[in-house]
Design a protein around this ligand. Structure first.
Ligand code: DSN
Length: 442
């Protein structure tokens, strides 16, 4: 018997992905090879343990797959150690805590509201509950235009004062390059572990379009499904510097992942990671990574030209963070997200560094170019997309997020109704649909 309910939803999702432009900067299109291996016979297997040290039989092929994935990861990122078993980015980061800290130890990371990740010590995350978390932010708006947004003097002050055991560098909403060396100089002053979470920029690093943290940090974590264009999974890498600080660091990471946090690895994912790592090591991937950055710049230029304010004054990577406060008032991210979604431009509302609204009703939007670049779009297409975004944002000029919380839900329902009946929205949606059909998805 065929489950038509789910099958139909798969077809609907395929249509949605084909007929819209995916601008969420953490999303991408995995290749056919990656997706095929995900549903291969490896999906059926259990293999707790590590290659040649398993708790079950029948793992000779799984062992080979995992060893190949590990070798490819080591070679691509130029590190002496890799663990490819974490189920995703959050468990990978938790494994780093387990390997390096004891509950209650002081840790430090970039605040969520300033673009950091939940697992870098946010108070509602296990990492902020089980560890004493100190959070750093970014420089205040206006101080920075086209320059590094980190206030290293303030970060150094916090580090010297609190002596964290572990410091995170890396973000989910940061449009500029990271200066890993500066973070390392500060972390080394107190002998802290420095972990780079490169989930967002891993593909850019692999393709040579973003500096690598490997010479400066002890540990690197990454998901494998963002700019790296693999399956949903993650890896933990230990650098030469990490092994110099603690020769057992690799073993500690392995023990933290299994049996510390996880059971059986997802071998189908491991196989797909191996394929993604192979793809990322090919010359075409270098071009792809460089095009992501070029596209991001072209899209930034189009948005700035249209009157939008970009955090950091533009983009140096795959990601753009727009502060809508000057055009739509505080908390307007939700209007832009919903209206753009209606025309087939998918992105997400996001807090901006000096947020005056709330994380649920933030004042910005976050977008990026990895997925559209995978489809073959270039600067010309970014100009087209940027112009459509500006058109939609202009349609929102009379909407303002109600100050009273209790008024917001009804206001947004009314907004959605008005927008979905709007002729311009309907026209732009059709334009986008026709435009995207020229760019096939894998
Ligand atoms: N959810 C990811 C992102 O969108 O950046 C971070 O985990």
């Amino acid at each position: 018997m065929k489950d038509t309910q789910i099958y139909n939803l798969v077809k609907k999702e395929e249509k949605r992905q084909r007929e819209g432009v995916e601008l969420i900067p953490s999303e991408n299109y995995a290749s056919d090879h990656v997706r095929k291996v995900l549903s291969s016979y490896f999906v059926n297997k259990y293999s707790e343990g590590y290659p040649k040290k398993r708790y079950y039989g029948g793992n000779e092929n799984v062992d080979s797959v995992e060893l190949i994935a590990i070798e490819r990861a080591k070679k691509l990122f130029r590190v002496p150690f890799a663990n490819v078993q974490p189920y995703s980015g959050s468990p990978a980061n938790l494994a780093v805590y387990l390997a390096t800290c004891k509950p209650g130890d002081v840790i430090m990371g970039q605040a969520l509201v300033a673009g950091g990740h939940l697992t870098h010590g946010h108070n509602v995350s296990a990492t902020g509950i089980f560890y004493k978390s100190i959070q750093y932010g970014l420089k205040k708006e206006g101080v920075y235009e086209n320059q590094d947004l980190f206030d290293y003097e303030e970060i150094r002050r916090l580090v010297i004062e609190n002596k964290p055991k572990l410091i995170w560098v890396g973000a989910t909403a940061y449009p500029l390059k990271f200066d890993y060396k500066k973070f390392a100089e500060i972390a080394d002053e107190v002998g802290a572990y420095l972990a780079a979470d490169i989930a967002h920029v891993a593909g850019l690093i692999a393709g040579g379009s973003h500096p690598s943290p490997v010479p400066y940090v002890h540990i690197v974590t990454t998901t494998t499904h963002k700019t790296l264009r693999g399956p949903r999974g993650a890896m933990i890498l230990v650098t030469e510097k990490g092994l110099k600080k603690d020769p057992d660091l690799g073993d500690k990471i392995n023990k933290a992942v299994f049996p510390g946090l996880q059971g059986g690895p997802h071998d189908n994912t491991t196989a797909a990671i191996a394929i993604a790592l192979y793809e990322a090591s090919q010359p075409a991937f270098k071009k792809y990574a460089a095009q992501i950055v070029k596209n991001s710049r072209a899209l930034s230029d189009a948005l700035i030209k249209g009157g939008l304010k970009l955090i950091g004054g533009g983009s140096e990577n795959h990601l753009l963070l727009v502060n809508l406060t000057n055009v739509l008032g505080p908390g307007a991210g939700i209007f832009a997200q919903k209206a753009l979604d209606m025309v087939g431009l998918t992105l997400n509302k996001n807090t901006v560094p000096d947020e005056t609204s709330s994380p649920f009703y933030p004042s910005g939007i976050r977008l990026g170019t990895p997925a559209s670049t995978t489809r073959g779009m270039k600067e010309k297409e970014m100009k087209f997309i940027g112009a459509r975004i500006i058109e939609v944002v202009k349609l929102l000029s009379s909407y303002r997020l109600p100050e009273k919380r209790e008024d917001r839900k009804a206001y947004i329902v009314k907004f959605e109704k008005e927008m979905s009946g709007n002729q311009k929205i309907k026209r732009i949606k059709e334009e986008i649909r026709k435009f995207t059909l020229r760019f096939p998805i894998p």
